[in-house]
Design a binder for this molecule. Sequence first.
Ligand code: ADP
Ligand code: MG
Length: 698
Amino acid sequence: MAESERKDLSNPVTDLKGVGAKVAERLEKLGITQIQDLLFHLPLRYQDRTRLLPLGSLKPQQEGLVEGTIRLSQVKFGRRRSLLCYIDDGTGSLVLRFFHFSKTQQQQLTQGVRVRCFGEIRNGPSSFEMVHPEYKIIPDEGIIPVDADLTPIYPTTEGLHQLSFRKLVERALAHLNDETSLPELLPEVARCHAVADTSLVEAIRFLHQPSPDVDVQQLLDRRHKTQRRLAYEELLAQQLSLRKVRLQTQQHKAPSLISDGQQRQALLSSLPFSLTGAQERVLKAILSDIGSKTPMQRLVQGDVGSGKTIVAALAVLEAVSAGYQAVMMAPTELLAEQHFKTFTAWLAPLGVNVGWCVGKQKSADRKVMLANLAEGKIQVAVGTHALFQNEVIFDHLGLVVIDEQHRFGVHQRLALRDKGKKASVFPHQLVMTATPIPRTLAMTAYADLNVSVIDELPPGRTAITTVVMPDSRRNDIIERVHLACQEKRQVYWVCTLVEESEHLQCQAAEDAANELQVALPDCRIDLVHGRMKSAEKEMVMNQFRAGNADILVATTVIEVGVDVPNASLMVIENAERLGLAQLHQLRGRVGRGEIESHCVLMYHPPLSENGQSRLTCLRQTNDGFVIAQRDLELRGPGELLGTRQTGLPQFRVANLMEDQDLIDVMAEAADQLLAVAPEDSDALVARWFGHKVNFGHV
Ligand code: ADP
Ligand code: MG
């Protein structure tokens, strides 16, 4: 052992050899301050350099070690100059691609040379490729051994190399002497859940240094029993930390919002429809929540078009009738505008003053609006995150509604709640999302919220038929658009780009609009994109809604909210670039009327395996929950929810797909621990999230 004396695991990391002030500072960025934090900083994944993969067996996205002889080596001058080496090992072949290479490299990597490479397999234009692999040249008749152990890869930070990090973990492990150095904190019931037969110490040691005979695939898939043991603990810690937030919230006071129901009846009878059973059920839950003196924390999930807006409006009206203000917040200006209009149409006839607050508002208008809001003359404010700003002051806020939750984070949500706080009375909070979240994910991400689901669409909707087509059939698709226009239907043509560049996206939309105009001179084509002023956007949308344009070419700005029942066809270009949830949202813009609707998902071949699965899923189902579940499987929870935004912790071992069964029993485990050993609960949370997540603060 490097150090002579054993250290307590709660000692600072600086007690370890090689950790000076600089390293300590970098470690702190990773939330590591104590020796034990290093132990709980688990490998993100492992690289397997213990075996050579036959070239004939490779699969895309696979990472691995391969070896072969260079059959041909050439510099290609295409869009980007690159060095291509074609290798082969008797079972198959592979292309090594280098965009950056030196003269020396070019001279080294020539025909007949044997190379060993490590990297990720990708689909190239003509065959599988490794782009910039790590490589070694194998000397003539030489053999280089493969690694004996899996290589752990740690999440690290700038200035802290994998190799140095591995060394530090080794030193920390040296202080993990026996089973007692890390106390077991699991509740008794963990035994029934079949994870407690592996000790914590054993699991930690194993995951940092897996033994060579481990089932590698199992480990890579995070299904090993030591991973399950730690996943259980991590999920439990997360559950407990959210419980804490929830408990805190429950100790807060909120105004009890109860009216005599007259205005509610008036609004309901002014509508051209009656509520669906699902809407009524959810409304009832909300009214009961806001009638109590504890702040409501409710998430309403409902597929696109399920009618969340009216439910929100009824809740808002209840607050107003009870003498309080309410605020409705949307993620985009377009959507905020639409809500403002809808709310005004519904509520103004009842004598409710609805105001409006977005970033680009004229400052004079804004001043008046803010003054009225602060004096309580405006009872309902609709807007974007501009409502967060300091100058926005409420007189007596009773209810906060947030639409499309997934774009706002937990912290923003809590910040808005705190804004409305007055003399330690908090407003109620209603969060609405059209991105259906798989149940297990909702339970982990929103354990501090009550969840209701509007699981029924208003009657009379027709299902959307979705087809998937390569862009080589673009002309056929344009012909189909033409046909729809001739039948007096309206069409959305959506342009996407994977780059975050709004500029490029708008450019693509402009090009598409021009192209369509040339191809279809008798159609009226309009364009809406993110770089247009909001007044312009609004005008275009209104024109389209009024039927004054046949085709609306758009970027993904139309994703949420827009409601044009006569639009019955949507074409999405490069659909393979978007995630399932986003495609589903987009598609929800059609199928809003009585006409049968269609969605064409156009893709640019070749389609990756994953891309194919996504598009197929959309073709097969319109059910948002099925799609969300599939999205979770294909992309992982982080991407689905936008981890950073939702504050969903990045799990270190837990895998929300593989560990769904554990999530199912977490409530039971948390209950037991809190009842029997509440002090262990705090210790467990500190162990996993201690210095990082601090929901408690907000
Ligand atoms: P979302 O849940 O996607 O926000 P909206 O609230 O925008 O859906 O509702 C979509 C459309 O359905 C709107 O035009 C709305 O007026 C209408 N709608 C809502 N509830 C009903 C209902 N119970 N019956 C018929 N139409 C309804
Ligand atoms: Mg909506």
